[in-house]
Design a protein around this ligand. Structure first.
Ligand code: ATP
Ligand code: MN
Length: 465
């Protein structure tokens, strides 16, 4: 049977009703005959105050012992009546009548005492950090936005597809890949992968896009929401080795439709966060990323600035005339560095920007060529503080042009015959994009490091828990 959570109890009008609160002790304060215990169960940002009044009469035997065991981190079931609270900042509290300690948390060893801990330290105790205000709030925002992702697409006729985690197509070019093998490194066998589990080289996927395209070319609108893996050997605050990606793919849609979809999608997620996670966002706004709610409100109400790569580079070159603006000199043809992306959003647009028409050399093989023969129909959405949050494009739907591009890049057409079949049989213009879920959570919460917006981060040299 499901019992009420703290969030349910806090939504009730206090009318002396008997109920039981379950959760973990955050704080305990004693004032003579009064003991205040704050219980948090993670269902919402706030906990509920349980007040034990020694002067209120006789209590069941063992109650004083139970109270003594209620130290920070202990778990308990507390029975009492829900009464109006005289304290400010809370409408109701529990007048305690009975305490059952479920599990003690000895103060000498419990790592999460009341004092402030650094995010770096908390990463080392990631199995306990969800019990803190910060990580509880991150987890709730993640949960709510995951739900909002499905709702957004389901309401618009997009069907959820599950693309493979293990793949043998290795040339998508999105990033370095992790190999999947059952070969014993201590026992070298014959060269090649014949003796390996799949009989060929296999990897963890960097993106579900190519497979999603096959379903879009049958179901019209699809999206994926699953893990992606990149052996990024870079120690940045925006890259993980394992992250979650949302990839919608739309048949009969061009680049404009794709940009509109991406913009609507992000604004809808920002609005959901503001509406559904107000208490958590208020905390982030005050303690983590000052002004984050204003930024979200402004972005949700804005029209994203759209500019071509060529115009963007012109702006960057102008800014680079003043020495010291950038570490990397911008020029037409360069891959935009994160400092360039941040400049475009923070200094040029003052908000999210969609950049289109990148040089073909710095983008993937499947992107549709523009008439100039030099640029492709790519679109990246950049946001202040982070830079790229979405990368997308219109896909090349012409089998000849796609084959030619693959040949230019030295790719083996045989490996991609299934992908080319989509163009050979009933080809359609189609477009899609990928949103990194953790980048979204970073933007919404203001958390500086991507390792702090996923429960158990995997990055270079880090795979604990
Ligand atoms: P970046 O240039 O920031 O490394 P990318 O261009 O390699 O990203 P895409 O292949 O376009 O990334 O992937 C789509 C989206 O997935 C990106 O816009 C970003 O939000 C997210 N993403 C990509 N790589 C990572 C990563 N290593 N960790 C977390 N999110 C990532
Ligand atoms: Mn990209």
């Amino acid at each position: 049977m499901l019992f009420p959570l703290v969030k349910d109890i806090l939504s009730l009008a206090p009318q002396n009703q008997e109920l039981t609160v379950r959760g973990w002790v955050r704080t305990k304060r004693e004032m003579k005959n009064l003991v205040f215990v704050e219980i948090n169960d993670g269902s919402c940002f706030s906990g509920i105050q349980c007040t034990f009044d020694r002067g209120a009469g006789a209590f069941a035997p063992g109650t004083e012992e139970a109270l003594a065991a209620l130290t920070t981190g202990a778990s308990a079931e507390i029975r009492g009546r829900l009464v109006p609270s005289p304290a400010s900042g809370q409408a109701a509290e529990i007048a305690v009548s009975e305490i059952t300690v479920k599990g003690a948390a000895p103060a000498e060893t419990y790592p999460l005492q009341k004092k402030q801990h650094s995010l770096e330290f908390l990463r080392e105790i990631a199995h306990l950090r969800a019990r803190t205000n910060t990580f509880g709030a991150v987890a709730r925002v993640r949960n709510r936005l995951a739900f909002a992702v499905h709702r957004f697409f389901q309401e618009r006729g997009f069907q959820y597809v599950n693309t493979p985690v293990i793949t043998s197509s290795d040339a998508e070019g999105a990033g370095a890949m992790f190999r999947v093998t059952t070969l014993d490194p201590a026992k070298p066998g014959p060269a090649g992968y014949e003796g390996d589990f799949f009989g060929k080289a296999a990897f963890l996927t960097v993106s579900g896009q190519l497979e999603a395209e096959t379903y879009a070319c049958a179901l019209s609108r699809v999206y994926t929401f699953g893990p992606a893996f990149r052996a990024e050997n870079s120690n940045t605050a925006r890259h993980l080795a394992e992250f979650w990606m949302i990839e919608p793919e739309t048949a009969f849609a061009g680049l404009e439709d794709n940009m509109d979809l991406a913009e609507d999608f992000l604004k809808c997620l920002f609005t959901t966060a503001l509406n559904d996670c107000a208490a958590d966002l208020a905390f982030f706004n005050e303690r983590i990323g000052k002004g984050v709610t204003e930024t979200l409100k402004a972005a949700a109400a804005s029209t994203f600035v759209r500019m071509t790569y060529t115009d963007a580079v012109r702006e960057l070159e102008k800014a680079a005339e003043k020495s010291g603006t950038f570490e990397f000199k911008p020029y037409w043809g360069c891959d935009l560095q994160s400092e360039h992306e941040k400049f475009l959003t923070e200094k040029v647009a003052g908000g999210p920007v969609i950049v289109t028409g990148y040089p073909k050399e710095i983008k993937a093989f499947y992107m549709k060529m523009n008439d100039d023969g030099k640029t492709v129909r790519a679109m990246d959405v950049l946001v202040p503080r982070l830079g790229e949050i979405i990368g997308g494009s219109q896909r090349e739907e012409d089998p000849e042009k796609l084959s030619r591009r693959m040949a230019e890049l030295g790719m083996n057409a045989e490996d991609y015959s299934w992908y080319l079949d989509l163009r050979r049989y009933g080809t359609v213009p189609h477009s899609g994009f990928g949103l990194g879920f953790e980048r979204l959570i970073q933007y919404v919460t203001g958390m500086a490091n991507i390792r702090d917006v996923i429960p158990y981060p995997r990055a270079v040299g880090q795979a604990e828990f």
